[in-house]
Write a protein that binds this ligand. Structure first.
Ligand code: WT7
Length: 648
């Protein structure tokens, strides 16, 4: 395996970047030639951001699993595709070669077919981090079904909403999932999600924890039985075969739900051809992946990071991906470092929140850890503070491994802004330069391009809302079932621009520093949560009249959730009521959305037109009480003093 499109010097980066902007069709047409197409595309790119309509490699026919598996079988059937490290370090590691992966994916495809799944059907996947999750994802792709993976931390209610929105008819789940010393009853959560659901026909259950599960006749079936039968169908005389469905480059590959500024998560849709090219290109370039490297992305496949950099990026590059079932702090805070040494990990890709949390344990968990196999480090999910960056660089990378700070989003499919490991400079807390094909621009509220300003240090800095001028192959195509929502969310704020929702700074060398969301979206431990979503959940509690949720700086999580709640129910008892509200939020969204602080208030600061002035609430939550800005437009300025006095 060799990647002719891998950039190896800063000069080459500059040349390639220019070429990708001057002639994107030629540029991406060339990159795309490194993949297996059953039929070549009719056109590389058609687009307008007005509708929006975005098509890459339209008319091209392919199957992404042939690109992630089959094409490697002749030369590297025995090479590990996935190395699986279980939750409990004493349990057996599983090494899945490309040949084994091929067989399992063919079996899953056959199993799905046997159960009535057809091209274009939506299959919801709610599993722990077991290799079977990767088989399930790829098995869907092989028969052209659209997978929608839901992270195991979401509640039954969240699953029910997503099933309904996607009109999913099939579910693949596990009896339970191990996470540290916890055992999460996934099937039982699915059972709750299915109360009242009339669309789901089949639930396939993989056994992981052997926790008791209910199995409903005609609907619930065991993965093991189905796979065993499928094996007899796909394997003849030792030869495994399940024909991959021929797909158009623009057919949907998956739906992944993510939070926005409204109360309802949206189903981000990625299509096959562009997503494949983008995850592969960014994987090979940002991490500077070399054949034989072991790549360890610590994310869960329930998030976009896992989709792109555990499954599709590494596998489409014929790489080896380490998949980890557990958590960084169990059995102890040295777990990541033990895994690095045990498997000789080369590339470690994790989140700033994990680094900060591990920093909190000091250097003791690093004693007797070698970490010499590491060549490259990466971060993703939120801005990395300088302290965490230096800790990572000194103690994990031993100052010899470049760190890539990769900025991107569920909607972007893969990395948009990042240094290229060891090729372009790393600047602590700066995501730095755009990938080839990416044209960022910083605009003000009116959509005017921002101009540089000389700051106190004498540096020329531009500050504004981060937008992108033109499509790259991995951009989202629509939001499932509601194209208008996609338009208004991303393409209507500023004419002819994709709006990211992030604010950023830019220096005079063209480096970007992401400063955080400028909309009502929080980033808690690298997870995206909409304030409106949390408010809706809090308001479901019977005694709550109204609530307002804001973020505040949190040492480990990056942002914490601060909720101001007006409560008029009976039986008020601050501590107990807070716990009831947390339970409610857990039920409605999931434990990841639980507020860190709940302050009961008598009123919320509102304008005369009834709009909550979040700016004030944010300042108070941040601990700023003196300088709250203009409060003269408030209906009742008195509430502000009351809120300040009660700050937690
Ligand atoms: C939001 C997207 C992309 C996978 C994980 C999160 C923030 C992401 C960085 C970074 C600063 C970052 C942004 C973005 N973000 N990476 N390197 N530096 N901020 O995906 O859930 O879609 O969230 O995460 O605010 O908009 P997501």
């Amino acid at each position: 395996m060799h990647y002719p499109y891998q950039i190896t010097s800063i000069e080459q980066y500059q040349k390639e970047y220019q070429r990708s902007i001057n002639n994107p069709e030629e540029f991406w047409g060339e990159v795309a030639q490194n993949f297996v197409w059953r039929k070549k595309w009719d056109s590389v790119l058609n687009w307008n951001f007005k509708e929006p309509k975005i098509e890459w490699f339209k008319g091209g026919k392919l199957n992404i699993t042939e690109n992630c598996i089959d094409r490697f079988l002749p030369t590297m059937a025995d090479k590990p595709a996935i190395i699986w490290e279980p939750n409990n370090p004493e349990d057996r590691v599983r090494v899945v070669t490309y040949a084994r992966l091929h067989k399992r994916v063919c079996q899953v495809a056959q199993m799905l077919k046997n159960n009535g799944v057809k091209k274009g059907d939506r299959v919801c996947i709610y599993m722990g981090m077991v290799p079977e999750l990767a088989y399930a994802v790829l098995g869907c792709a092989r028969i052209g079904a659209i997978h929608s993976v839901i992270f195991g931390g979401f509640s039954a209610q969240s699953i029910a909403d997503r099933l309904e929105d996607a009109k999913a008819e099939f579910i693949i789940t596990c009896d339970g999932a191990f996470r540290g010393n916890k055992d999460i009853p996934l099937k039982s959560i699915i059972d709750d999600a299915l109360i009242g659901n009339k669309l789901v026909k089949k639930v396939i259950v993989y056994t992981r924890t052997r926790t008791p599960v209910s199995m409903i006749k005609g609907r619930d079936i065991w993965w093991e039985d189905e796979m065993e039968y499928a094996e007899t169908q796909v394997e003849k005389d030792g030869v495994v075969h399940f024909p991959a469905e021929e797909m158009d480059a623009e057919d949907p590959l998956f739906i992944l739900y993510t939070s926005g500024s409204t109360g309802k998560p949206k189903g981000v849709v990625h299509t096959i051809g562009g997503y494949m090219v983008w995850t592969n290109y960014t994987f090979v370039n940002a991490f500077q992946y070399k054949p034989g490297d072991l790549h360890f992305c610590t994310a869960d496949i329930g998030w976009i990071t896992g989709h792109s950099y555990i499954v599709y990026g590494p596998l489409s590059a014929g790489g080896t991906s380490l998949m980890f079932e557990g958590v960084p702090t169990w059995p102890d805070a040295g777990r990541f470092w033990d895994i690095v040494d045990k498997h000789k990990v080369n590339i470690l890709y994790t989140a700033p929140t994990a680094i900060r949390s591990l920093m909190g344990f000091g250097l003791e968990p690093l004693q007797n850890k070698n970490l010499n196999s590491l060549t490259t480090l990466g971060t993703v999910g939120e801005p990395i503070n300088e302290e965490a960056w230096h800790w990572y660089n000194e103690n994990i990378g031993k100052k010899k491994s470049p760190i890539v700070d990769t900025w991107w989003q569920t909607e972007t499919g893969g990395v948009l802004i990042s240094n290229l490991a060891g090729v372009t400079p790393a600047i602590p807390s700066w995501a730095s330069l755009p990938m080839p094909g990416v044209q960022p621009v910083l605009v003000d509220e009116n959509g005017q391009e921002c101009l540089p300003v000389i700051n106190e240090a004498g540096a020329s800095i531009t500050s504004g809302n981060l937008c992108i001028k033109a499509p790259w192959p991995g951009i989202l195509r629509t939001t499932w079932g509601d194209h208008e929502r996609c338009r208004t969310n991303y393409f209507a704020t500023y004419e002819n621009l994709y709006f990211t929702g992030d604010g950023a700074l830019k220096d005079d060398k063209g480096n970007y520093r992401i400063t955080g969301r400028v909309d009502d979206v929080l980033n808690v431990s690298g997870h995206r949560i909409g304030t409106a979503e949390v408010e809706n959940a809090i308001n479901m509690h019977s005694g709550v009249i109204e609530s307002a949720v804001v973020g505040y700086p949190h040492d480990v999580k990056g942002q914490g959730i601060y909720a101001y709640v007006i409560f008029e129910g009976k039986h008020f008892e601050a501590e107990l009521t807070s716990k009831d509200i947390l339970q409610t939020v857990s039920r409605i969204i999931g434990p990841i959305a639980k507020p860190d602080k709940i302050q009961f208030v008598k009123g919320l600061p509102k304008t005369r037109s009834g709009k909550i002035m979040r700016r004030i609430l944010r300042k108070i939550a941040e601990g700023e009480t003196a300088n709250l800005g203009d409060t003269s437009t408030l209906l009742d300025p008195g509430v502000v003093d009351e809120i300040k006095a009660g700050k937690l």
